[in-house]
Write a new protein. Structure first.
Length: 58
């Protein structure tokens, strides 16, 4: 899990959205606030992330 990945609700928990200037960052993880944990294919804890939003942030 790292910056640049597309947001995935099964792997990430959004804690904030921020405005991004480039459309390719829309819906992408801009920053990881805290790491998540996965064991095999089971998500034990989703990562807390900041998600980019092209246009105005909420």
């Amino acid at each position: 899990m790292k910056a640049g990945e597309l947001y995935d609700a099964s792997m990430h928990r959004p804690v904030e959205t921020v405005r991004v200037d480039h459309p390719s960052w829309d819906g992408a993880v801009v920053q990881m606030v805290s790491a998540g944990f996965v064991r095999g294919e089971t998500v034990l804890r989703r990562a807390d992330v900041v998600v980019g939003q092209h246009g105005s942030a909420t």
